[in-house]
Structure formats: C-alpha cells, structure tokens
Design a binder for this molecule. Structure first.
Ligand code: ADP
Ligand code: MG
Length: 519
C-alpha cells in the first residue's frame, strides 16, 4: 500500500477498556471491532509463557492465575518506580501499555491494512511524564504517534461534529460551554470546554487518577466479604488474590445489573463455601455516596476556579462507562438543575474524537485548511525548584500556572548561587506546593562548563515552551554571557530513546524481555 493511502486511527487507551476508531469513506468516525468482534477491548494482559494475551481472554485467564496478569497499568504510566515483575522479569508500564496498543493495531489491520499514524488519548490531568510515557508506548507498539489529545477534548470534538450543533461549515452557531464529566474504570476527569465556531478551547480541567468504577466494585466486595465472614468465619476472601479477582468480577456484574434494575444478588464462593446476598440500588448508592461526592466536589471547585456560574454551562456531556450508573445522572441533575446530555456513546466518543483529530492533523500536514482548532490548558503548575537566598529553603518558582491556555512560552530569571560556579542546574517540577513538596520531578536542565570566575548572582534565564499537546521543552541561558549551550532535558523518569527502541524490538517480535538496571 502506498504511504499516502495509510489512514490514521484514533485510540482511546483506557484504564480498563480501550477502543480504536478510524474515519470511514465518508469521513465519519467509526469504531473498528476487535478480533473478538467487540467495540471495547479490556486493557488487561496475561503472560502465557512468551506470549502476551490481551483483552477478554486475558481477563478470563487472570481469574485463575492473577500473578501472570496485569491490569490498571495506565495508573502507573510515566512513573519511575513502578515496574511490574512477571516470570521474574521487570516490565515498565509503557511496555505493558504497548501490548494493548499492539493488539488494537493488529486487529485494526485485519480490516484496514497497515495501521501506523495514530492519535492516542490521555486524561486531561496527565502530567508531562505520563504523556511522554503514552507516546513511548505507541512507538514501542510500532505506531507513529501524531500527537496525544486530551480525552475530554476528543469527546467534545466527537460531540460537536456528530451531534449537529455545528452548521454545514462545521462551526457552532453560538458559543457552547460544555462540561465533560468522564468517569471511567479507574480514573475521573472533568473539563470545562468552550466551543466557538470551529475552535475547541479547554478552560479548566481537574481529575483524580485514583477514582473510577473499580472503587465502586470494591465497595460491593467489602459488603459481600463482611457477610461471608459473618456467615462462615475463616479466611477473608479479599486476602486471596484469585478469590479477590473473581469477587471483583462478580461485583462488577452486580454493579452493571443495578444500573438497569433496582435489586440483584451477589453470588460467589470461597473455600468451598457459598455466599448469596441481596443488594438493592439504594444500598449500593449509600455504600458509594462518598465516592460520588468526590466527583461532585471536583466539579464544583472546577467551576468556581474557572470563574463561571453553573448557569452559563450550556451542555453537560457524560463520557465513560461508569456514567451509566443512575446516581451520576441524578447528582448532576441536582447540581445543575438540568439533565445531562446522553446522545454520545459513552464508550466510543473519545476514540471517535481522536480519529477526527488524527485525520485533521494528517490533512493539515498535507496543506489542507484546518476544520477544527484545539486549545488546551495545562492541568498542573510548572516550575523550577529554586533556593531562597536569605533562608536557604527550597522554593517552587511557578513559571506556568495551572489552567493556562496552551501553547505557552514563559521565561523566568534566576541567578547563580555562588562565585566560581561551573555549572547550573534547573530542576523542573510539575504540581506541588510552594516549597515543591508533592511535585513530580520532570527532569533537569543543566548548563555545564561555565567560565571559571563567574561572580555569584550571575543571571540565568529558564524558558519553558509548553506545546498544545502538553509536552514541555526547557531551555536555560546565561544572558550576560550569551551562553547558548545546547540543552537537553534529562528526564527524571520514563524510558530513554534507546530503551524505547529496544523494547520496540521485543514487543514487536515477542522475544523475551530486556533487563532493567537498578537506578
Ligand atoms: P476507562 O476509560 O477508564 O478504561 P471506561 O470508560 O471504559 O473506562 O469505563 C469502564 C467502567 O465503566 C468500568 O468500571 C465498568 O464497570 C463501568 N461500567 C460499564 N458499564 C456500566 C454499567 N452499565 N453500569 C455501571 N458501570 C458500568
Ligand atoms: Mg476512558
């Protein structure tokens, strides 16, 4: 197939489920079914010797051998400490994620022929290392990642394009302020977007990387386990990995049933002892009220942070499988006095938006006029860890405040600490408090080989260029000396370029995994 004939895809790389979509002959987004014939593919792996199985089959196998299975690796993306050990080998999260992408790619190729250029979605609140990790996972899987796009932005694009508030030129007739509430399996994400004409602008974003449907499942397991222990005594089923996997599976079924019915039963066994407990929707809602409340709190603080009154929001968009729980709609209805919009497919919207965006990127790359423009905000403050001269304390010098419109370039001035300093280091951090506590270390930017007798207090300019996809470039300069050393950001976590390439060979050929050295 000629290179120009390769059509791009959009991939929603979810915590629990992933989806791949493309643009059909008429240019409309369409989901590509996986080899099992499903729209969604569980983001779950099972290591069967050298073979890595992904999806539904992996979920089944995990029940019997949880130690050979991996799920929820998106939560660990870009982390420097997480490395899952399977069969005695270490796998970084990027590599685990790349197996999911590889399966989606291979299944799509059955239908489309070669699949290469892709846009992959990320939660809006993903920080730079997590975005970089996602791009690396794509590269390891053999994809050419055109860009990453925020999930709520993708959902809003799919919504704008599909749901007909755009005119024949693809522009909205009036300014729409859309609140995207995305509650998935393991993450919660809320974003306020403004759609004006063909421009999609994020205004503010917030989220919780540790809140999703699985937390609702755990509450059901807790109640069932308590009932089990009361009835039979003995060992706690939650302490047995295989039983816990099975019980969580049953809890998820119960939860889904309660989205459709008022009551159902939880039936499971452990240690040859059976359990059957009735559970009503009302009970379930009471059990999980605090989880739902956390999402309500995030929504209302986001709106107040954006400085917009709730009445100015024109649409409420629900995305993510967990928004099928009636309690979510009820809560948003109470909060906004209006029913949320459910015209989007909660499972497919994000992948569809990514496919539209991928098509757009490729077309603009080939000289076409963009039909949609996307503007994002950064979800975390970005700064440099400096030292206060008078106290010697660490200070987080914020260079780009949170929720700043992207792309953005900012420069901040620092100075050398002592006379004769031969190098300067700018430690780049994301998030964190005024002293830099709880911040993510992104990496450091170093200027080496400074002239020998530099006085203390020599100015150092640190410039941040934050791209519209939320990726960061840092440059440091000594303006008085005009030192324009070539500076590369040395990453504090994630994989090096070389590791990405090596893992690409491993994942591509299914050879045994590489070793990772201790830090
Ligand atoms: P992610 O984007 O995090 O991978 P999804 O958006 O695919 O997640 O949502 C998956 C979550 O949605 C799971 O926790 C699943 O149990 C939940 N879910 C799917 N359908 C329903 C339903 N009918 N009722 C309640 N929860 C559901
Ligand atoms: Mg999702």
């Amino acid at each position: 197939m000629a290179k120009t004939a390769i059509k791009p895809v959009g991939i929603d790389l979810g915590t629990t489920f992933s989806v791949i979509a493309h643009l059909d002959a008429a240019g409309r987004p369409a989901t590509i079914l996986n080899a099992e014939g499903d729209i969604i593919t569980p983001s779950v792996l099972f290591f069967d010797g050298d073979l890595v199985i992904v999806g539904k089959e992996a979920v089944k196998a995990a029940i019997h051998e949880p130690e050979l299975s991996v799920a929820f690796m998106k939560r660990e993306m870009g982390s420097s400490v997480f490395s899952r050990v399977i069969n005695g080998k270490k796998y970084p999260p990027e590599v685990l994620q790349s197996y999911v992408l590889k399966k989606l790619k291979a299944d799509a190729e059955l239908k489309l022929g070669q699949v290469k250029p892709a846009v992959i979605t990320v939660p809006a609140f993903f920080d730079d290392p997590r975005r970089k990790g996602t791009q690396d996972a794509g590269q390891i899987a053999g994809l050419e990642v055109l860009n990453v796009i925020n999930e709520p932005t993708a959902a809003a694009i799919a919504y704008g394009v599909q749901e007909g508030f755009l005119n024949s030129k693809g522009e909205s007739e009036r300014t729409e302020r859309v609140l995207v509430y995305d509650l998935g399996g393991g993450t919660f994400d809320v974003t306020l977007m403004e759609i004006d004409g063909k421009s999609y602008k994020a205004i503010a974003t917030d989220g919780d990387v540790y809140l999703g449907g699985v937390d609702w499942d755990h509450r059901i397991v807790d109640v069932a386990a308590t009932a089990f222990l009361k009835k039979h005594g003995g060992k706690d089923p939650r302490k047995d990995p295989s039983a816990l996997t099975r019980w969580l599976h049953e809890a998820e079924e119960v939860k889904r049933a309660l989205s459709a019915r008022e009551h159902t039963n939880f039936t499971c066994d452990f240690d040859d002892k059976k359990l059957r407990v009735a559970i009503t929707r009302e009970q379930f809602e009471e059990l999980t009220a605090d989880l739902l409340e956390r999402t309500r709190f995030t929504v209302s603080s986001l709106i107040s942070e954006a400085g917009i009154s709730a009445s100015k929001i024109t649409r409420l968009l629900l995305v993510g499988g967990s928004t099928r729980m009636p309690m979510v709609k009820k809560m948003l209805q109470e909060e906004f006095g209006r029913a949320p919009d459910q015209s989007l497919s909660a499972d497919e919207a994000v992948a569809h938006g990514a496919a539209i965006y991928a098509g757009l990127l490729l077309a603009t790359g080939q000289g076409a006029t963009p039909t949609v423009t996307v503007r994002n905000v950064n979800s975390h403050t970005l700064g440099v860890l400096g030292i206060e001269k008078s106290t010697g304390r660490n200070v987080n010098q914020v260079i780009v405040p949170r929720n700043t419109a992207l792309p953005v370039s900012k420069v901040s001035r620092f100075q050398t600490a002592k006379a004769g300093q031969r190098s300067v280091v700018a430690n780049v951090i994301e998030g964190g408090d005024l002293s830099g506590n709880n911040a993510t270390r992104i990496g450091k930017c170093t200027i080496k080989d400074l002239p020998p007798d530099l006085p203390a207090g020599t100015p150092v300019d640190v410039a941040f260029a934050y791209s519209d996809s939320g990726r960061l470039t840092v440059r440091a300069r000594l303006p008085t000396l005009g030192i324009g050393a070539v500076l590369v950001i040395e990453r504090a976590s994630g994989l090096s370029e070389q590791q990405v390439k090596q893992w690409g060979d491993v994942v591509g050929s299914s050879k045994g995994p590489l070793e990772l050295n201790e830090d």
